[in-house]
Design a protein around this ligand. Structure first.
Ligand code: SAM
Length: 282
């Protein structure tokens, strides 16, 4: 399992399948065989995986509800020389689950944290989306309260990187309606039940995907991938107004001039440009 730096035990983050049980890596299986204790967000699922690969290991619970007391126990075990592996409900521990807090506790206590690569719903959805993967921002689950969610959508609507979210199937339609409202026309991909029998990726403009979803509401687990905002124009509003003025001095109508300048600079608001240019007519 690699070099040990201190006499303490070590802490291993072990990704587990997000659907297809064969997606567990050989190294994760080796690690689960070798550690002293497996800490699990979902003990039933962890035991199922261990049984499937014939691994007998003590399993303890580490989940949001008991994370303070459980992390004390885990740190104590590691301080006393035991190796501990953390497995989340599914996927990579630490991504949208309580794993992050335990990692922090380990670091603060001078414990080696070894992160093994493996299944993760974000990467699986992003790479099959057909949307740019060079830069992306993972936003976790959208806030559930309407006001909070709308403010949050508004805030991220200018993000130019590809956006990735988790969402429950019950809230998918509502979230997409609000996204269409605030983001305008953008490409999205909804990854559903990835790596499982009913795996599918629904791609298209937000409204097209919404239509498909209304026709047959999706069930199961979901990741939404959204095209980022168009890059903001490098031209300031002041410069754009000057350009409109120049065109007007050459005999072009106000409406036409605004149209030409805003088409050249897709990040600028056409309405704002029109309102400023109309004031600047003389
Ligand atoms: N730690 C996990 C990971 O690495 O992917 C994610 C944990 S998060 C609490 C669970 C969410 O991940 C689900 O609600 C769903 O949005 C997404 N998810 C997990 N498995 C999935 C799958 N097979 N297909 C699509 N989305 C999935």
């Amino acid at each position: 399992m690699g070099r040990r730096i201190t006499s303490k035990g070590r802490f291993f983050l072990c990704p587990t399948p997000i659907g297809n049980l064969r997606d567990v890596t050989l190294r994760v299986l080796d690690t689960l065989k070798e550690v002293d204790v497996v800490a699990a967000e979902n003990m039933r699922r962890a035991r199922f995986l261990l049984e499937k690969y014939d691994i007998q290991k003590p399993v303890m619970s580490y989940r949001e509800e008991n994370r303070v007391s459980a992390s004390k126990k885990i740190i104590e075990l590691i301080e006393n020389g035991s190796d501990v592996a953390l497995v989340s409900d599914a996927g990579t521990p630490g991504i949208s689950d309580p794993g992050y807090h335990l990692v922090l506790e380990c670091i603060e206590n001078g414990i080696d944290v070894v992160s093994l690569p493996g299944p993760n719903a974000v990467i699986c959805a992003l790479t099959s989306s057909g949307l740019p993967t060079r830069r992306f921002a993972f936003e976790g689950f959208p806030p559930r309260r309407e006001g909070e969610r709308r403010r949050w959508l508004q805030k991220i609507s200018h993000e130019e990187r590809t956006l990735v979210f988790y969402e429950s199937p019950r809230r998918l339609e509502r979230t997409l309606v609000e996204m269409a409202e605030m983001f305008g026309s953008r490409k999205i991909a909804v990854g559903r039940e990835l790596t499982k029998i009913h795996e599918e990726v629904i791609r298209g403009e937000i409204t097209e995907v919404l239509q498909k979803i209304e026709e047959s509401p999706p069930r199961g687990e979901i990741v939404i991938v959204v095209e980022g905002a168009k890059p903001r124009s490098g031209v300031s509003m002041e410069e754009a107004v000057k350009e409109v003025k120049l065109l007007r001095s050459q005999g072009v109508s106000l409406k036409e001039a605004v149209s030409v300048v805003s088409e050249k600079n897709p990040g600028l608001s056409r309405n704002e440009l029109y309102n400023l240019a109309i004031k600047d007519k003389d």
